[in-house]
Design a protein around this ligand. Sequence first.
Ligand code: UD1
Length: 452
Amino acid sequence: MDKFVVRGGNPLIGTVHISGAKNSALPCMAAAILTEDEVTLENVPRVRDIETERRLLASMGAQVELHAIVTPAGSPSSSAYESTSREHTTISCRTLTDPVARYEIVKTMRASSLVLGPLIARTGVAHVAMPGGCAIGGRPIDLHIKGLEQMGATITQEHGYLEARATRLRGTQIVFDKITVTGTEDLLMAAVLAEGETLMENCAREPEVADLAALLTAMGAQIEGAGTATIRVRGVTGLHGARYRINPDRIEAGTFLVAGAITGGDLIVANCNTAHLGAVIAKLREAGARVDVLGPDAARVRSAEKLSAADISTEEYPGFPTDMQAQYMALATQADGVSVVRENIFENRFMHVQELVRMGANIKVEGSAATVRGPSQLSSAAVMCSDLRASASLVLAALVAEGETIIDRVYHMDRGYERFEQKLSSVGAQIHRMGNVFAPRDEKSSPVSQPA
Ligand code: UD1
């Protein structure tokens, strides 16, 4: 099992380029199920969750291919901060021989349930394994099921699988009892091929929902209001292929902003979408970091004289993202004073706390609130990742810890961060991987198409 070895103490200086958003790419890949034509996605990150989704689609009969092209350095680009690598992923779901999402795949990635809506919409039947619990809480999919039933699907549950059937889904009014990101995406994909109009209320407003809707619109869907709480969909009888560029990953960008701030560095976070980073940038500024927005696609973070405590409370977008809570907590250990970190989205999302405490942090958890007293001089320890964002938190803490920290189970990190250790070392961090470098697909770039 791979480990990271991190020697703390170096300020991060330079420029890092942000990859495409994993949480946009996942629903966009699932959207390819909705058409017989080819869907081409640019800026799909090379991370393990994407490889899992590729396997899931391939197991149903789809063809997923990665085409890598590298633009020569110095070629004209539309922005000073754009990276030079271009690649695209093509997905063809012309033949879906086996509309089943097997447990072996679903258990490794809960977002596999995103195929439920598009499968019923396209084929009239879906067999999808129920996701189990995961480290950060129960995470049910009852709202996906309820919405599909309201659209006329018959759903039964047996042997750990959902079987969903519908001749053609029909438009209806859906009011989500609770805001759910993948639930909104799943039902949006179901609604685009339903008969008549679907009105969805209390929807997630995350940029990833808007990203998916933009792809669906390019495929011929009729959608209004994506990115707001109310989405109106007029069902169409068929969708066609499209080409779409995935937005930058706002959580990866936020993680690097924290990395720059916590190490007292001078870091440009490039290829990001600063419009999606409002809550994170505001909180870093409140904690004393100097963050300059350089344009729509880049931000610069610089060392503060002293970081000071600032509370956070996780909320749905545009609030402070739960996916940045663990990373922010690492920063809070270095801030002067008491920071209260409230987790409102998931139960049990404080798995990183015990590891941070082992490194010398002073954190007390009570219910959904963690009280962090800082600053603490962190010291190296052997620590273990429990989930994707907790892993990032431990790396950030290790960057400022005395000595050499060994971080175990970095496969959690590989689920969602592309070449994290390489990006960090390119700006001065002392980090290396022990074990096999994660390479979900052929890392060599070539003008010929490669199987993804
Ligand atoms: C998505 C993101 C994840 C992020 C989360 C919250 C993807 C692939 N993952 O996860 O990174 O942390 O949003 O921003 O996009 N819930 C129910 N019933 C349901 C669905 C959800 O009770 O049917 C609850 C969940 O248990 C949780 C809350 O709603 O407490 C929000 O979950 P949800 O937005 O669905 O998270 P995901 O879409 O799984």
